[in-house]
Design a protein around this ligand. Sequence first.
Ligand code: GMT
Length: 416
Amino acid sequence: MSGRNSDNSKNGAAPGDTRDSQENRLRIGITCYPTVGGSGVVATTLGIELAQRGHEVHFISYERPFRLPENSSRIHFHQVCVNDYGLFKYPDYTLPLSVAMASVSCKHNLDILHVHYAVPHATAALLSRCMLPQDKQPRIVTTLHGTDTTLLGADPGYGPAIHHALLQSDAVTTVSSWLKAETKRVIGFEGPMEVIHNFYEPGSPSRTREAVRKDLGVADGEVLLIHSSNLRPLKRIDLLLESVSKIRDRNSFKLLILAGGDFKQFSDDVKRLGLKERIIVRENVLEIEEYLQAADLALYTSESESFCLSILEAMFFGCPSVATNVGGIPEVVEDGLTGLLVPSGDSESIARALNELIADGDRRKRLGENARVEANKRFSSDAIIHRYEELYRRLIDEPPKVSVGEIAGEIVEGCR
Ligand code: GMT
């Protein structure tokens, strides 16, 4: 292994490890939101893929990420305990997270601390570094995912703290070129940022496409549209429902919504638009592959999106999409090749695109096949993970961007 922390006695060799694999192994801490959401999914899959490539991965978060396997010898989970003190009106997570990061870094000799979503993870990472002696400080990589720039970056209560955290990180990555440009524009951050697109590694569905469609009540000849999201306002579910209500032939489709939030808030819209018989909702689904393989066309009407991982997940199952031409979506969907891009906020155009692809099954399948090929070529784990590995190794070989020196170091228990 390259870099400062070359004490192999602590690296918990897994069965089958050779001296070579131990020497190449990096020790990587990952912090992300553990709940359903694109940034957590990307961070979790990254950790799993890194472990499969022989690295030792330590997740640090308030809960075990929902897709993290229990039984991998190279993946470890460290829970951050948050106490609710009566004095605090708002419970604090940043400080206990920073202490946990420092303690895991120290105990496991982390080379890299990779935080996903800047708030509060990047700030906690900087703080943890300040608590450690120089030779125990991991390099900090911050990956921006979307609203940490577009929403929080524009908030005067957060923007300067995010800017500071980016300046002090050893490396900053963004999940699209669009997000990189937005980070410059919104936060004013002028430092280097590497664009590393999101990726996906599809699991195998445990039921057949036919079985899932039957279970959902999709009739032969009906086109199954799919939408999967947390239903937050920027996903524009109101626009999605309105567009679907304008599909010419009401009996030609069903719309499956995989809801990472409460869909009841849209019940009135569904009734008003006469869509009750057309919509199937499944909440908090973990086995999304089952449904992705059963779908014919994905639909995304967001008003802002740095990447839209859900589109990519569908692409891997040969499912093309109709999506709004916003943010990083055009980096994922090539208009006319892997889907159709439509102007933001325009239900007429969205319905027109849906009508076209519902009516023309051959074209839909062609776009779907292209989507599958492009997804595998550009956004598979093999296409992306090595970019992170190269970045980590480069950082370890370079001097740290910021060094706090020996001002602390005795603070974290057992660190000396
Ligand atoms: O930024 C958010 O709102 C949350 C974040 C998440 O955790 O789901 O979503 C962002 O990160 C995803 C993974 O990189 C991207 O696919 C989403 O496009 C992005 N969301 C937005 O930009 C709104």
